[in-house]
Design a protein around this ligand. Structure first.
Ligand SMILES: O[C@H]1[C@H](O)[C@@H](O)[C@H](O)[C@@H](O)[C@H]1O
Ligand SMILES: [Fe+2]
Ligand SMILES: [Fe+2]
Length: 317
């Protein structure tokens, strides 16, 4: 069966329209049932963010924008292939802390993301706003609710107990290292000062990779996505593959929004990307100043977390 995924992204919000997007066809031979909202396009993307401006406007002349730009400037200068390799090695030891998922969500009460032009609320709000928005449109996809709840937990890397990494090493969109930096990456101009620019092996479209090698073989800039992916995987998550893919690549806007780097994907990535594109609408467009009543929704999410932990129970597929 083939259905159309409604991509109701406002034209003005698409950063790079040069890439042809051939992903709005959802071919369903896999294990998941396509939710009605995908078929019918129920989700109404709001026009304005928490500041009353259009989403993902990196050129707005505001104080917030200066902070956002500085975060990306440092990100683009310091994230090199070697740096990412080193950080992955260090953080995959998972030797920082042990805690429950909900405790970790509460830690995000103390975290504000400086790369985000659309939201400056504590990140626990964003987790719940995203999860609640998805839950409303896809009430039966409980694995997606839990994925939404945990997708940004990696931002704890900003906290002293997790190494207190600088914002440029934790938040913001991600991109591959070891091949050319695509023009669709926000604030692309700051790559000029990245040491990788002087390595000719990294300057071609494929760089050190083979076409179709699969994203799992591609080194992506270090941050909250990859860290949370490592945490979930190493803890033996029972989430489906699509959930792990969403966690790992949700900040990879050059791919899922602009269509860059698709030549590095394999078939499995192509399937998972469809779910990521559904997820992204909720991740992005649920950002607003309206607060979720944490105590009210807590029991539902605790039950999902428990389900994850209980043996033998599968996610709805
Ligand atoms: O500024 C945001 C924020 O850091 C999100 O958590 C990330 O997923 C987005 O890609 C980024 O644009
Ligand atoms: Fe994120
Ligand atoms: Fe998010």
């Amino acid at each position: 069966m083939t259905v159309c995924v409604e991509q109701s992204v406002h034209d003005s919000q698409v950063e790079n329209k040069n890439h042809t997007d051939d992903t709005n066809e959802l071919v369903l031979d896999g294990e998941f049932v396509v939710p009605d909202a995908v078929v019918n396009g129920d989700f109404d993307c709001p026009e304005v963010n928490a500041f009353g401006q259009t989403f993902r406007d990196y050129d707005a002349e505001t104080e917030r924008q200066k902070q956002v730009e500085e975060c990306y400037r440092l990100n683009h200068i310091h994230q090199t292939y070697e740096y990412v390799k080193k950080m992955r090695e260090e953080y995959k030891k998972l030797d920082k802390l042990e805690m429950s998922i909900w405790e970790c969500c509460e830690l995000l009460n103390e975290v504000v993301d400086e790369s985000d032009p659309d939201l400056d609320e504590p990140q626990i709000e964003h987790l719940l706003q995203t999860a609640e928005a998805i839950r409303k449109d896809y009430p039966h996809e409980d694995w997606l609710h839990l994925t939404a709840l945990i997708h940004d937990l990696g931002k704890v890397l900003l906290l002293p107990r997790f190494g207190e990494l600088p914002q440029w090493a934790v938040v913001g969109d991600t991109h591959p290292l070891g091949c050319a930096f695509d023009e669709s990456i926000v604030y692309h101009k700051y790559f000029k000062e990245n040491p990788d620019m002087s390595n000719p092996a990294y300057q071609t479209k494929n760089g050190i990779y083979k076409e179709g090698c699969g994203l799992e073989n591609v080194t992506i800039s270090w941050g909250h996505d990859d860290y949370m992916y490592l945490v979930a995987k190493e803890n033996g998550t029972t989430l489906p593959d699509a959930g792990l893919f969403i966690i790992r690549y949700h900040s990879f806007y050059p791919l899922h929004r602009s269509g860059a780097y698709k030549h590095l994907m394999n078939e499995k990535d192509t399937e998972n990307l469809k779910w990521l594109q559904i997820f992204n609408k909720y991740d992005l467009y649920s950002k607003s100043k309206s607060r979720v009543d944490v105590e009210k929704v807590k029991p539902y999410y605790l039950s999902l977390i428990k389900k994850k932990n209980s043996d033998g129970e599968d996610w709805r597929q």
